[in-house]
Design a protein around this ligand. Structure first.
Ligand SMILES: *Cc1c(COP(=O)(O)O)cnc(C)c1O
Length: 364
């Protein structure tokens, strides 16, 4: 229906809000989403005026559980956001019938995937629409940014007509993003993961870096939600999407090396739904002892990320009321946060990095 370079927004959450608004969703409505997600998703939902309704993940997986979705839907639920976590396709054959029986539209969260497919059909083509993110850590990085994909003509027309009201972000913001992008290109590699992480968090807390997350302020919609993707980032996105096949091949190769090499009882490898083609955004492992594994990885300087560390990453328990998450409402998601670590599959991961990571984990 549209190409990914066409409807681009300041962030993925801005694209999500644009889709929800075009569906006519607003105050009084609920939007279902999975726990074990990023705060960007409830933020996009709340910026549309709606309330997030958290659905648990599969007892053994990382994506939305169809039975829990069925159980929790209410007459107020007006959309379902289905996330393909780390690029692993959600169980669409179980989820789509629940949505269509209830007559509720599906929006796919494709922030972790551009090329995965579920039983022969591309992720992002099941729902009425999908949204994407191009910030640090996503399959294609342009700085920060998002995009919407539409699979429905009427919805596409509405999203397009509202798109002209989106503004170019302020020039100083774009300049800062360009500097951050340049730094990212130099610094984002497995051997610098831990030192850079420390530095980035320091800069973020000083307000000097565009952090991944806005603290949500009740009743106030940040300016970000009125911006499109900055023009220079749009060109970068189109350029990078042109080289997508190369990125995809690399992340598949890296994941295959992890899959074949890892044989440690201290981690469990991911399970992928049958008949799916997974293009990994990160390679998730369930650790027997996550805190100790992260500590050792840091000491050994092996890139290993902790997200999602909380069901609505990176919000801590005391912040959960801000996004209406009830502790204990999604137990599998809460448990997964305690176990999950992820290995990188991004373009700078070399064969030597993979070997080092595999040897490190196998030697535990
Ligand atoms: C990154 C991400 C988003 C969107 O993030 P933005 O910062 O708004 O671009 C949404 N969902 C998931 C699962 C993500 O990881």
């Amino acid at each position: 229906m549209n190409t990914l370079g066409e409807l681009t927004y300041y962030r993925g959450r801005v694209a999500l809000r644009a889709l929800l608004k075009a569906l006519g969703i607003g105050p009084g409505d609920e939007v279902a989403l999975q726990a074990f997600t990023c705060v960007a998703v409830p933020e996009g939902i709340m910026a549309a005026g709606a309330r997030p309704l958290y659905i648990d993940i599969e007892s053994d997986g990382l994506n939305m559980d169809a039975a829990d979705l069925q159980r929790k839907l209410t007459p107020q639920t007006k959309a379902i956001v289905v996330q393909h976590t780390f690029g692993i396709p959600a169980e669409m054959d179980a989820l789509m019938p629940v949505a269509s029986r209830a007559g509720i539209p599906v929006i796919e969260d494709c922030c972790h995937t551009l090329e995965s497919s579920y039983r022969g059909r591309a992720a992002g083509t099941f729902g009425l629409g999908a949204f994407y993110s191009f910030e640090w850590g996503k399959p294609v990085v342009v700085g920060i940014g998002g995009a919407a994909r539409l699979n429905d003509e009427a919805l596409a027309a509405r999203v397009r007509s509202e798109y002209s009201a989106y503004l170019e972000p302020p020039r100083w913001k774009v300049a800062r993003l360009q500097v951050q992008y340049a730094a990212h290109c130099i610094l984002y590699r497995p051997s610098l993961f831990w030192p850079v992480r420390t530095l980035y968090h320091r800069l973020g807390s000083l307000g000097a870096a565009e952090s991944n997350y806005n603290p949500i302020q009740a009743g106030r919609i940040a300016g970000d939600f009125s911006w499109r993707m900055a023009a220079p980032l749009q060109s970068r996105l189109r350029r990078k999407l042109g080289r997508l096949a190369e990125l995809t091949r690399h992340s598949r190769e890296v994941a295959a090396q992890y899959q074949n090499g890892l044989r440690s009882p201290s981690v469990r490898l991911p399970t992928i739904p049958g008949g799916c083609d997974w293009v990994p955004c990160r390679f998730p492992l369930r650790a027997v002892d996550k805190p100790s594994l992260l500590r050792k990885a840091r000491a050994a300087n092996v890139e290993l990320a902790e997200w999602y560390a909380t069901p609505i990453h990176p919000l801590k328990r005391e912040e959960w009321p801000l996004i209406h998450y009830q502790p204990g409402s999604c137990l599998a998601a809460e448990q997964r946060c305690v176990e999950i670590v992820t290995l990188p599959t991004h373009p700078t991961v070399s064969r030597a990095d993979v070997r080092r990571a595999v040897n490190f984990i196998n030697s535990l």
